[in-house]
Design a protein around this ligand. Structure first.
Ligand SMILES: Cc1cc2nc3c(=O)[nH]c(=O)nc-3n(C[C@H](O)[C@H](O)[C@H](O)COP(=O)(O)OP(=O)(O)OC[C@H]3O[C@@H](n4cnc5c(N)ncnc54)[C@H](O)[C@@H]3O)c2cc1C
Length: 394
């Protein structure tokens, strides 16, 4: 792709996973890429995320990051659902929990950033305030910091609560469906004797889990999921996030009191509503959506894998058409609609992780005690992640 996009100016909003992945490929094609990230630095909260199947691995290889990721991969174990006394109810195998390559989200962001940082411009602590399409002249963008710029294309890779989507297509309520649950995760000292096999404990409508950090067993990660109406708490509002988690899990047994004690000192949380994004189109004029901003399903959509595949296709189509945004975005839409759309039809991950009733919990546990069901879960997720016709962009 070398040189195909020479002089082509792209603004990417969001330095999560899809944004830096796109920056890697755009840089390969010679584009002038700017990535603007609202957080003051790369965000470090969150846990292990995974890639599975030949499509994901091929794209990581083309991005030039597969070996770096293998060097930092985690070897998390199975996911074990236990009762209040710690006795196993059922266990999902490590291949389901960790796919083919599993890494910490923060390591993935760092590797993608490192691969692109000397060839793309990263701006932290800023965000797009207004976008004005000027036809063939490009897109004029005003930033919150007061600066401005003109670009040939703008890509919203700014997550489920995308600002680019709101500015280009309309308010979040039109595109983001709350799926009835919230998620919160944080790091804490491993004083609960957690193992690398993650242990999950349920009461109706609530799930608390803990797993040791496989590189530093003195640390652990807690993850909680609970049934809840929309809360409207922003990603920076740490005190409100902690208060809600304490309220939802206060009074529960098992390791929960210690997990909540660890929450008090957590410097940041991965906190969000479990939601699904569906947009009628992935692009408008010179603006395109990518990753969770375009097709996100919290915890349920192979978010990192689909995000890097989308980045690979979007950069590939822009290079193939030498920056003809109309043709490139149409081809990107056509390819990604069917691939990313596979994850859009599933039920809320919350229903699986924290069924709301006793009967629902019993049904889930009974089903996943069957080896055939567990095998099906592993094989179907890998099959869904594998696209038969991913082009081999040069
Ligand atoms: C902090 C964090 C932790 C996560 N942890 C997990 C996890 O443990 N397990 C899991 O399965 N998934 C996790 N996810 C979701 C997962 O990363 C995504 O599903 C997937 O990587 C798709 O990536 P993305 O780049 O499209 O979106 P994201 O990874 O959500 O990245 C979006 C980026 O855009 C930035 N952003 C948001 N608004 C603006 C704005 N207005 N201007 C500029 N930048 C903006 C965000 O700060 C973020 O860096 C996490 C997401 C985040 C943000």
């Amino acid at each position: 792709m070398s040189g195909k996009l020479s002089g082509f100016r792209v603004l990417v909003s969001g330095a999560g996973i899809a944004g830096p992945a796109l920056a890697c490929r755009l840089a390969d094609a010679g584009a002038e890429t700017t990535v603007v990230e609202v957080a003051p630095r790369l965000r470090t909260s969150g846990f292990a995320v995974d890639f599975r199947g030949p499509t994901h691995l091929r794209v990581l290889e083309r991005l030039g990051v597969l070996d770096d990721l293998k060097a930092v991969q985690t070897h998390a174990g199975a996911m074990r659902t236990v009762d209040a006394a710690g006795k196993t109810i059922f266990e999902l195998p490590a291949e389901f929990a960790g796919g083919d390559v599993e890494v910490r989200r923060r390591d993935l962001t760092a590797v993608l950033h490192r691969r692109s940082a000397d060839r793309a411009r990263y701006v932290f602590g800023d965000s797009i305030a207004a976008i004005d399409e000027r036809g063939r002249a490009g897109v004029e963008v005003q930033f919150k910091s007061g600066s401005s710029g003109v670009y040939d294309a703008v890509v919203g890779a700014d997550g489920i609560h995308s600002t680019v989507r709101r500015l280009a297509m309309g308010p979040e309520e039109r595109f983001v469906k709350h799926l009835g649950y919230h998620i919160a995760g944080w790091d804490l000292p491993n004083d609960v004797g957690a193992l690398t096999v993650s242990q999950q404990y349920n009461v109706p409508g609530r799930m608390a889990s803990v797993a040791a950090d496989d590189r530093d067993p003195s640390r652990a990660g807690a993850l909680t999921v609970w049934a809840s109406k929309p809360l409207g708490i922003g990603w920076q509002d740490l005190d409100a996030q902690k208060a809600v988690v304490r309220q939802a899990f206060g009074g529960l047994g098992w390791h929960v009191p210690r997990l909540l004690a660890g929450l008090a000192d957590a410097p940041d949380l991965y906190f969000d509503a479990i939601s699904r994004v569906s947009v009628p189109t992935l692009h408008k004029g010179r603006i395109a959506l990518l990753g969770d901003a375009a097709w996100g399903v919290t915890l349920g959509g192979m978010g990192v894998g689909t995000g890097v595949v989308g980045a690979y296709v979007l950069a590939g189509e822009l290079a193939r058409t030498s920056g003809d945004v109309t043709a490139a975005f149409a081809a990107y839409e056509q390819r990604m609609r069917s691939y990313a759309g596979r994850w859009q039809k599933g039920a809320s991950p919350g229903h699986f992780l924290a069924p709301a009733t006793r009967t629902g919990l019993w049904l889930r546990d009974t089903m996943f005690r069957r080896a055939a069901v567990r095998r099906l879960l592993v094989s179907s997720s890998t099959a869904l992640a594998s696209a038969a016709d991913l082009p081999d962009y040069p």
